[in-house]
Design a protein around this ligand. Structure first.
Ligand code: FA5
Length: 340
């Protein structure tokens, strides 16, 4: 038995040294340790052995050595393969020039700048205002006392201290009147928030651009002139608009200025809630109560105000069908606009 094991041992070592792949190692394992392998044959021969115990111990020792040797060889093979893969992998070279990536302006930024340019060219200043305001700024100063039904149209997000995320850029009207007095020409873009369900033309976070002009003898004709000029310069083509009466507690009279949907050409689609028209820029003559609250002499001055839906304007100008794309962070969609 001893000689037989010695002979198998040297054969195993020889074959092991030639087993250069996982497949060859596996064949070796089956050949020696398998059910019908060399070691199983040795076990069968135990019946005829003189000293069964000693022979059994020798076979066991040989079996353990074979198992360990094959496991080690297999681990060494895997290690060598991994190292070869790492060696052949493409190396990272920090000294190479980076792949070129260009940023682009957000379409709302582009639309804001367009409108700002148009109004600054007509003598308006551009004002900035807070996004977190208080009830007075957003409602009371705008002739919307507590419990006024008009508040239902503009639910928003409240802070624990009673402040709120502004629902409309009109929230800055009072502060700007107090800051500059009359005469006054100002526009103030800003992010607005409303707690409402979203669809293709409604977002809970969107931009408006407020405008105010206060002076002697300001009338609805002035308002219509500025609205027409703004729209023709923004779109630079003929677009259909309609002006209809609208109610805002801070205007008297008030109007809704709608634009014929440029996505569907007025036939009706999700972008215009299937009406063919999109509410874009409500406006009106500033209510005397609002002027008074802003410290303006209503005997001498009148004024108009408008609240342009900037995000909707960007939809129409750039043909974006769903307003939610603007806040999506989807670079594929947003990077199609003018590069930096
Ligand atoms: C107002 O917010 C008034 N402050 C506008 C105003 C100012 C009227 C001055 C008169 C004088 P309204 O809630 O309709 O009105 O919103 C104005 C515009 O903002 C809408 O026409 C629309 O273009 C845009 N807008 C309103 N809600 C949303 C919304 N959820 N998602 C996207 N745009 C909106």
């Amino acid at each position: 038995m001893k000689e037989k094991i010695e002979e198998l041992k040297s054969r195993f070592e020889n074959e092991l040294s030639l087993a250069s792949t996982e497949e060859k190692l596996e064949a070796l394992r089956v050949g020696f340790l398998g059910k019908k392998g060399e070691i199983a044959e040795l076990m069968k021969g135990l019946r005829d052995a003189v000293d069964k115990k000693a022979a059994g111990a020798l076979i066991n020792e040989f079996k353990n050595n074979v198992e360990t040797a094959i496991d080690r060889a297999s681990a060494a093979l895997k290690d060598a393969m991994l190292k070869a893969q790492i060696r052949s992998a493409k190396k990272y070279n920090p000294t190479l020039a980076a792949e070129r990536m260009y940023g682009s302006y957000h379409p709302i930024t582009l639309a804001t700048r367009d409108v700002e340019q148009i109004f600054t060219g007509m003598g308006f200043t551009v004002e900035d205002y807070a996004e977190v305001v208080d009830d007075y700024e957003c409602f009371e100063a705008l002739n919307i006392p507590k419990h006024h039904p008009a508040r239902d149209m503009q639910d928003t997000y409240y802070l624990e201290n009673g402040q709120l995320l502004k629902t409309q850029t009109s929230a800055a009207q009072n502060a700007i009147m107090k800051k500059y007095g009359a005469p006054l020409r100002a526009i103030f873009p800003g992010r607005c928030f409303r707690n409402e369900s979203t669809d293709a033309c409604h977002e809970n976070t969107f931009f408006q651009m407020e405008g105010m002009m206060i002076d002697e003898n300001i009338s609805i004709s002035n308002l219509i002139y500025f609205m027409k000029t703004m729209l023709s310069e923004v779109f630079r083509r003929d677009i259909k608009v309609r002006l209809r009466p609208g109610f805002f507690p801070f205007t008297e009279p008030g109007f809704e200025l709608d634009i014929n949907c440029l996505i569907c050409g007025g036939v009706g689609c999700p972008s215009c809630t299937h009406s063919g028209w999109l509410e874009l820029c409500p406006c009106g003559m500033i209510h005397p109560n609002v002027l008074k609250e802003g410290g303006i002499d209503t005997e001498k001055y009148t004024g108009f105000a408008f609240g342009l839906g900037l995000t909707r304007l960007a939809m129409m100008k750039y043909g974006v069908k769903d307003i939610r794309d603007f806040n999506s962070g989807n670079l594929k969609a947003l990077s199609q606009f003018r590069s930096l």
